[in-house]
Write a protein that binds this ligand. Structure first.
Ligand code: DLZ
Length: 162
C-alpha cells in the first residue's frame, strides 16, 4: 500500500536470530538509496541477535546482477537466508521493465532451485523521491522489512527441516 510504513512490525513476533547467518547482496546502482537499505537491513538483523561475523555482504553493479550474486552466495557461503537489496527507478526507456522482470523471476527461481530463502528487497519506484521515502523516509525502510522477512523465513525452514 502506498501509505504503509515498511518498517512497522511487532519485534516480539520475530524469532531470535542469534544462531543464524545471513548473506546480503547489494546493488551499487542508485547507491544513495541502496546503501540506506543496507544500513537498515544490517541494523535490523543485529537488533534480532545476528552478529557481525554472521553477516556476509557482497556488492554487485546493478539490480540485474542480483540474481547471479545471490546464486554465488548460495553456492559458496553457509547462510540461512540471502537478502537482495536494489533500487530500480522508472526511466524513459523500457529498461525498468526488463530489469524488474529479470530480477524478480531470477530471485523466485533461486528460492526453488537452492531451497533457501532469497528475499526480494528491491525498490521499484517511479522516481527518486518515492525511493527516498522507502529507504529511511516517511514510508520506513525496505531494508528493515527484508531483514525481518529473512529471519522469519530462515526460522520457518529450520522449523520444518530440523
Ligand atoms: C542500466 C540500468 C538502468 C537504466 N537503471 C537501473 C536502475 O534503475 N537500477 C539498477 O539497479 N540498475 C539499473 N541499471 C543497471 C542494470 O541493473 C545492470 O547493471 C546493467 O544493465 C548491466 O547488466
Amino acid at each position: 500500500m502506498a501509505t504503509a510504513n515498511l518498517s512497522d512490525y511487532d519485534p516480539s513476533k520475530v524469532p531470535d536470530a542469534s544462531e543464524m547467518r545471513f548473506g546480503i547482496v547489494v546493488s551499487d546502482w542508485n547507491q544513495e538509496i541502496t546503501f540506506s537499505l543496507l544500513d537498515g537491513c544490517v541494523k535490523t538483523l543485529k537488533k534480532h541477535g545476528v552478529t557481525d561475523e554472521d553477516i556476509v555482504i557482497k556488492h554487485v553493479p546493478g539490480s540485474f546482477e542480483l540474481t547471479l550474486g545471490a546464486q554465488l552466495m548460495a553456492e559458496n557461503e553457509d547462510v540461512d537466508a540471502i537478502i537482495c537489496l536494489g533500487c530500480v527507478i522508472q526511466g524513459e526507456t523500457p529498461h525498468f521493465t526488463y530489469i524488474c522482470q529479470s530480477v524478480s523471476m531470477g530471485i523466485t527461481q533461486l528460492n526453488i532451485d537452492y531451497n533457501i530463502p532469497v528475499i526480494f528487497g528491491v525498490l521499484t519506484t517511479n522516481n527518486i523521491e518515492q525511493a527516498r521515502e522507502r529507504s529511511g523516509g516517511k514510508h520506513g525502510n525496505k531494508g528493515d522489512e527484508a531483514a525481518v522477512t529473512a529471519i522469519k523465513m530462515a526460522a520457518l525452514k529450520r522449523d520444518m527441516t530440523e
